[in-house]
Ligand binder design. Structure first.
Ligand SMILES: Cc1ncc(COP(=O)(O)O)c(C=O)c1O
Ligand SMILES: [Zn+2]
Length: 416
């Protein structure tokens, strides 16, 4: 048995769907969740047996939807490092701080996980083209995995999305459009184009069920890397919410399998102050969010004014006694540099927002400083070169060939 997938359930009304057919959302408009025969998986394998498998996300293939090993489309994604952040942790008053670094995955962001699993399963079910709106990184990942699978891709992104992601789509041979608007506008254009195309599937966030399955592997890996234990807190930069919903799904499946016991980690959804619909909804105890007017942040991946899965994100926060917090761009940009200076990691602004959130939660006493805290850095800083401007003659001197370099300076204190 390669996959223990049995069926799909509607996440809102519970209606059951056939997983052997291409599926979108439920008639009630909500995302579908993949279900597995966990009893059978638990009877067949134990977590210790996984240790001998290759160090990629396909080591959890029983808990993924792809039916046959031969249908896996892979670029070697998964098993990203879980790094101790001791210097920064000391600075923040959270000494047991870890970072799972998704900047080291193919395409440079965690989006590779959803793309690998989503594209593999789509191709397995006979889809010949994937179509999606994106804030950039997901489109780049799906375009590249689609290229590897021999599928066509139609990608629409805001004109303000990170430029490198355009280049990735173009290089991969995607049919690429930029829209003078936001991800929701891109989504409407994609939705209108699909009915006229044969073989294409709408792979928008949570409008197909398997991207989520790829992203849930972040949660399984965290548990495995901690010796099949949960941390106390997981901090995640939340846009469309697929990552945090996927991690929560993984935690529940691991408990159901009996592979991990004990309390679930408290989940923290981090957003930018310039686009914080989940934070606002959480603060009022709401079960879903209201569209955020005029969203704006340098953390472009989390510029999602209204997420289809907002109620699932909020459920995961309430169910784990978690929280939601918004941080300003100047603070997250300062922490992006702090992480590089103190830990040697050049992370993306979305990941940096999570460290600012840890700082604030510690100051507010929500974190005591004794917890084991895992921050997800969802991508490499290399995808956002503009966030650390280093212009010749402005931020950095340019020497004439006849100039000399100034004398050695006293090294800065660690943390200064
Ligand atoms: C780097 C980065 N981090 C976080 C996110 C948010 O992802 P999610 O849909 O899982 O909330 C995105 C989405 O574009 C992203 O590109
Ligand atoms: Zn439904």
């Amino acid at each position: 048995m390669y996959s223990a997938l049995t069926h799909l359930d509607c996440s809102r009304c519970g209606r059951r769907f056939d997983a052997s057919q291409v599926q979108g959302t439920c008639e009630c408009g909500s995302p579908l969740l993949a279900r597995y025969d966990t009893e059978r998986v638990a009877a067949l394998i134990s977590p210790s047996e996984l240790a001998d498998r290759p160090a990629d996300l396909w080591r959890y293939h029983e808990l993924l939807p792809v039916g046959e090993a031969g249908h896996v489309v892979s670029l070697g994604e998964g098993m990203t490092p879980l790094l101790a952040m001791s210097s920064l942790g000391g600075d923040l008053g959270v000494p047991r701080l870890l970072m799972k670094d998704e900047g080291l995955i193919p395409t440079g962001t965690f989006k590779a996980r959803g793309a690998a699993v989503g594209v593999s399963r789509a191709a397995e079910l006979g889809v010949t083209g994937v179509a999606m709106p994106t804030n950039g990184n997901a489109g780049a990942a799906w375009a590249l995995y689609a290229a590897r699978a021999g599928l066509s891709s139609l990608i629409v992104m805001p004109v303000d999305a990170p430029e490198i992601t355009r280049a990735e789509c173009a290089a991969a041979g995607a049919e690429l459009y930029l829209v003078d608007g936001l991800i929701g506008d891109a989504g409407r254009l994609v939705g209108a184009a699909i009915p006229a195309r044969t073989g294409y599937q709408d792979t928008s966030t949570l409008k197909e069920p398997y991207r989520l399955e790829g992203k849930k592997t972040m949660g399984i890996e965290i548990a495995e890397q901690l010796g099949w234990r949960f941390p106390d807190v997981i901090v995640y930069p939340t846009g469309g919410g697929v990552g945090i919903i996927g991690i929560y799904k993984a935690l529940l499946e691991l408990r159901e399998l009996g592979w991990v016991s004990g309390d679930l980690p408290r989940l923290v959804a981090v957003q930018a102050a310039g686009c914080a619909p989940i934070v606002t909804a959480f603060a009022s105890g709401a079960r879903q969010s209201e569209p955020w007017p005029d969203p704006k942040t340098v953390a472009f991946g989390i510029t999602v004014p209204k997420a289809l899965g907002d109620f699932l994100v909020l459920d995961s926060l309430y169910a784990t006694s978690g929280t939601a917090i918004a941080v300003e761009d100047d603070a997250l940009l300062a922490d992006q540099r702090a992480v590089a200076r103190l830990e040697g990691c050049f992370i993306c602004p979305e990941g940096a927002a999570c460290f600012t959130a840890v700082r604030r939660l510690r100051e507010a006493g929500w974190l005591s400083g004794r917890e084991l805290v895992v921050v997800l850095n969802t991508g490499s800083g290399l995808k956002y070169p503009g966030t650390v401007p280093v212009r010749a003659r402005v931020e950095v001197p340019v020497l004439a060939t006849s100039d000399s370099i100034p004398p050695q300076q006293v090294p800065r204190e660690h943390g200064a």
